[in-house]
Write a protein that binds this ligand. Structure first.
Ligand SMILES: CC(C)(COP(=O)(O)OP(=O)(O)OC[C@H]1O[C@@H](n2cnc3c(N)ncnc32)[C@H](O)[C@@H]1OP(=O)(O)O)[C@@H](O)C(=O)NCCC(=O)NCCS
Length: 149
């Protein structure tokens, strides 16, 4: 498996948009995820979309975003939109994608990385520290995590 920026493998953009939309979106929000993913191809510092590729197939994705929680714009950058294809789960692909973003953020000199999740007990296993709850727009309580780099 290798992990590369989406700009190296743009043929997987539609696949990643569909994964994000189905995992994190509402019925009508495919265009929202298309905007995030397509804007990550513009060459700006944020957002960056990474893709895990194995045997010529995309098996997972993760984002490095400027903002993933509009109620907490004091916090950045974020590890966001982590997704592993169902056929590839339980083999540590998620861990590898997390480590890739951690190293990427570290190499750019950021002192701290953030993420939020609707579930607990998972990210703690990879060394993320809980930082209480926050609100996903407009009123969904979520768990906030960080790690120092
Ligand atoms: C969460 C996810 C990225 C994990 O990918 P993965 O490559 O299978 O991860 P790993 O192999 O490192 O770890 C698998 C572990 O994650 C746990 N896990 C997955 N989803 C979970 C959830 N919703 N709640 C708690 N634990 C969860 C599995 O139970 C498994 O635990 P085990 O090791 O005790 O069996 C993947 O299940 C996924 O894409 N889910 C849908 C999208 C999503 O929820 N993304 C995270 C948003 S914060």
């Amino acid at each position: 498996m290798k992990i590369v920026p989406l700009s190296d493998v743009p043929q997987f953009a539609d696949q990643i948009i569909d994964w994000q939309w189905r995992a994190f979106g509402e019925a009508s929000s495919r265009a929202f995820f298309a905007s995030v993913v397509n804007s990550s191809l513009a060459g700006a510092d944020f957002p960056v979309t990474f893709v895990a590729v194995e045997a010529g197939r995309a098996i997972g994705t993760v984002g490095f975003w400027r903002c993933d929680l509009i109620s907490r714009q004091d916090l950045y950058p974020w590890l966001a939109a982590l997704y592993v294809d169902e056929s590839a789960r339980g083999k540590g692909v998620s861990e590898a994608l997390q480590q890739h973003v951690i190293a990427y953020a570290q190499a750019r000199g950021y002192p701290r990385l953030w993420l939020w999740s609707t579930f607990g007990g998972y990210y703690e296993r990879s060394g993320w520290l809980p930082q209480g709850e926050a609100l996903e727009y407009p009123d969904k309580p979520v768990k906030l995590y960080y790690r120092d780099l």
